[in-house]
Each structure stands twice: as C-alpha cells, then as structure tokens.
Write a protein that binds this ligand. Structure first.
Ligand SMILES: [Ca+2]
Ligand SMILES: [Ca+2]
Ligand SMILES: [Ca+2]
Ligand SMILES: [Ca+2]
Length: 170
C-alpha cells in the first residue's frame, strides 16, 4: 500500500460538502498490471465553516428626522448561498407602528457578503418628546442550517428626538 497527498483548500466559506473523483490512469500502468474495476475513488471534502450572525452594534442611535433607522447584520464568514435572517422588534419607550414601522424585517446577506444593512422607517412626528427606543432581535428558529446567533442577537435602537431643535430655532 502507498498513500499520497492531494492538497485541499481550507477556505472560510460556508458551503455544501464537495467531491471529486480520482482515477488510476490505465495507459500508464506497466505490462501485466491492470486496474481493479474502474480504478476510481470519490473524495468528499467535508465543509467545516459554520457561521454566526449578530448586529454590527449592540446599540444604535438615529435622528428622528432622517426618516429611517439603518441597523446592520454581520456574519462571521461568508456563505456560498444567500443567508436570509428574520429580525423581530419589541417596543420599549418607542411605540411600534407609531414611532417606527413594526417588524418582522427580512434581511438577506447575499452570497459572499459578510454585512447587510436594512431600513426601519421611523416617524418624524414633530412632537417634542424624550428619545425613544425599541429592541431588535434575530430570530434563531428561522436561521438556515449551520448558521447560529451570536449571544443574545439583540440590539437597541434609540430614536433621537430632534423637535426641540426646531423650537429653539424659532
Ligand atoms: Ca474551512
Ligand atoms: Ca468551506
Ligand atoms: Ca416619536
Ligand atoms: Ca419627535
């Protein structure tokens, strides 16, 4: 018996297992030596690249007047296929459907990308008020195979009231 090495590339991309076929070349065998069967063997490269997903920041602040919050999701390493993530919202001092558009929001990390931002419309209400916040969380039960949430998968978004500025400008 004699073993030999075939180099395989340890990439960091989440992907399916991959395979290729080795074939003993018949024409190169010495006289009197024949292949057993088709002389082939299949080699499977088992992927080892699991992915975690999280928010780019644990807290965000956006001015009410900008019209939308723009949080972002980050994955630990790229994937060979798109990763779709569902994000749900929980209101706190901000009221869902009033101060901001309620979720859930669907965020797609395109194949090969490690970051995706998304928009949550916020309502510029012209009401002088305190800053208001709500919480975003990554839904773990809808993540694709081998993609998991890092930590709690939560982030707090603060809507910074700007209406006080309008009044002081008068
Ligand atoms: Ca790898
Ligand atoms: Ca891989
Ligand atoms: Ca408000
Ligand atoms: Ca306001």
């Amino acid at each position: 018996m004699a073993s030999f090495n075939v180099s395989i590339n340890d990439d960091n991309i989440l992907e399916n297992d991959e395979d290729f076929i080795l074939t003993i070349m018949r024409g190169t065998l010495p006289d009197g030596v024949t292949r057993d069967g088709d002389g082939q063997a299949t080699v499977t490269i088992v992927d080892d690249d699991d992915v975690t997903v999280r928010f780019s920041e644990t807290t965000y602040s956006f001015n009410e007047g900008t019209g939308h919050a723009q949080p972002a999701l980050v994955v630990s390493n790229p994937s060979s296929t798109d990763i779709t993530v569902l994000v749900r919202d929980t209101q706190n001092t901000a009221t869902r459907g009033v101060d901001y558009n309620s979720g859930p929001y669907t965020v797609t990390l395109t194949a090969g990308m490690t970051m995706a931002s998304f928009n949550v419309p916020i309502n510029d209400d012209d009401i002088l008020e305190n800053d208001e916040d709500f919480t975003l969380s990554i839904r773990s039960d809808t993540l694709p195979n081998r993609v998991t949430r890092l930590g709690s998968g939560r982030s707090t978004v603060t809507i910074v009231d700007v209406d006080i500025l309008k009044w002081t400008c008068l």
